[in-house]
Design a binder for this molecule. Structure first.
Ligand SMILES: C[S@@+](CC[C@H](N)C(=O)[O-])C[C@H]1O[C@@H](n2cnc3c(N)ncnc32)[C@H](O)[C@@H]1O
Length: 324
């Protein structure tokens, strides 16, 4: 579990001047926002490193690359965050060794700490996905989850992915917002936030209201989110970007339509009320509801709803050539 000594240190407490500058500089915004989030990120997104998230990560991988012989020898993750995708994929038997990278030093630190707790052979670097600091032909697999939509030049990043992959090596990116999905997710999120924060102003519901300072902080975070979220994707457009970067065997898939229609209001509601108000019954409803609607998506809606209506876009492709 090694970090590179020349990497910058995390900066979880940005100054007002830095935040102001970040409004004009998307990469500075990424670093400030994600350094600030790093230590609480796993809790915020209910990320774990047990069967629940291993199955989820493996399910996303298998949806686009499930027919591949496993495990891959050496894998790289871009925009690793706290390591959710690669660490769970490694635990799920997808790769033997890993390198986690992220633009945010705070995220790399937490990802390496998580890998150490899990006893996984992982090293890490602070790295921009547009200029990946590894030699050509290094990795058998490159993965990412919810990262492409943050990268200014997605095609440049995929060219870099293909450069560091060995010939015949594969990339798998998942968790990217579709253009239509992002539209309804934002709309549902905003409506749920407004309804919850207004209804809880009623005196008899006041213990369901989070302190105003916390609500204000969430609103400021949402404003920065608008600076760091750069793209949404139409699956066919994303396939074309990957092909023009030089990939072959490119295939995009989408999932989560009914599940997203439930998931976004649920997540927003959870952020708007004090966590202690939501007990075990709520967690069961949220997780059970998401699982049931994911089943409906998979078994029914995938066959009748056009693919660009689903929220989650995944893409895979291969570097031309063969491994020896
Ligand atoms: C939405 S988070 C996802 C984190 C993690 N992959 C997950 O799914 O939980 C996006 C991550 O991408 C990182 N990021 C943003 N722009 C980047 C870039 N140009 N190069 C590398 N990482 C980047 C952020 O710092 C952040 O940790």
């Amino acid at each position: 579990m090694t970090a590179s000594p020349q990497d910058p240190a995390p900066n979880p407490h940005a100054t007002a001047e830095e935040v102001e500058a970040a409004l004009q500089d998307t990469k500075l915004a990424q670093v400030l926002y994600h350094d600030w989030e790093a230590e609480t990120y796993d809790d915020k997104w209910s990320i774990s490193y047990d069967e629940r998230c291993i199955d989820y990560a493996r399910g996303r991988f298998d949806a686009v690359a499930g027919d591949q012989p496993l495990p891959y020898e050496r894998a790289l993750e871009l925009g690793c965050g706290t390591g959710f995708f690669l660490l769970n994929l490694m635990q799920g038997g997808v790769a033997k060794t890993g390198s986690v990278t992220d633009l945010s030093p705070g995220m790399v630190k937490v990802a390496l700490r998580n890998a150490e707790h899990l006893g996984l052979p992982v090293d890490g670097r602070v790295a921009d996905a547009e200029t990946i600091p590894y030699e050509d032909d290094t990795f058998d697999l490159v993965v990412g989850h919810a990262v492409l939509h943050h990268i200014p030049d997605v095609e440049q990043s995929l060219r870099e992915v293909l450069r560091v992959l060995k010939p015949g090596g594969r990339f798998v990116f998942a968790g990217e917002p579709s253009t239509i999905g992002n539209f309804y997710a934002r709309w549902l999120g905003r409506a749920t936030w407004a309804a919850t924060t207004n209804v809880t102003k009623l005196p008899f519901l006041s213990d369901w209201r989070r302190p105003q300072a916390e609500l204000d902080e969430s609103s400021r975070a949402a404003a920065l989110e608008a600076v760091v979220d750069l793209h949404t994707f139409d699956p066919t457009d994303l396939e074309n970007i990957a092909k023009s970067a030089g990939a072959v065997g490119v295939q995009a898939k989408t999932e989560e339509f009914a599940a997203a229609l439930l998931g976004w209001p649920v997540r927003t509601f959870e952020a708007a009320v004090p966590p202690e108000k939501l007990g075990w019954g709520w967690a069961k409803f949220a997780f059970g509801g998401f699982k049931t609607l994911s089943w409906v998506d998979d078994k029914v809606l995938q066959h009748v709803v056009p693919r660009n209506f689903f929220y989650n876009v995944m893409i895979t492709g291969v570097k031309p050539g063969t491994t020896d």
